[in-house]
Write a protein of this length. Structure first.
Length: 129
């Protein structure tokens, strides 16, 4: 049995609207305002994914807090940018940790044991002869 990804567009507009708890016309308005961008079939019908449904629910939450559509669009842009920057930071941290580990491995490999001659007090070291 195959599982679909959360971005696979499978829901028609009426099902997506019901899952998101809103009227289908509201989804059309949100699409016109650039808040959601559903996939389209070859015939031009909208198809929504689980990720789209989550986005619609986030829009509904922000609207319930009294935010207008332009404010919602801006908040969602900032949230997406924040997510992108966090992923970039995680990637940079991972690369830095890998570089640090590689540097430590090189440093250990470059260390050469130093043999120390032990001179007994009063005897002249042989290398001086």
């Amino acid at each position: 049995m195959s599982t679909r990804s959360r971005t696979q567009a499978v829901y028609v507009i009426s099902v997506a609207a019901e899952l998101a708890g809103m009227h289908p016309q509201t989804l059309r308005i949100y699409e016109r305002r650039g808040l959601v961008n559903p996939a389209r079939t070859e015939g031009g019908n909208r198809r929504y994914s689980d990720a789209d449904i989550e986005r619609l629910q986030r829009i509904a939450d922000l609207a319930a807090e009294g935010m207008n559509l332009e404010g919602i669009r801006r908040v969602m842009e900032l949230e997406a940018e924040n997510e992108r920057l966090r992923a970039e930071l995680d990637s940079a941290r991972s690369a830095a940790a890998q570089a640090e580990a590689a540097a430590e491995r090189r440093q250990r490999r470059d260390l050469v044991p130093l043999r120390q001659a032990v001179a007994i007090f009063g005897e002249r070291p042989k290398f001086l002869d």
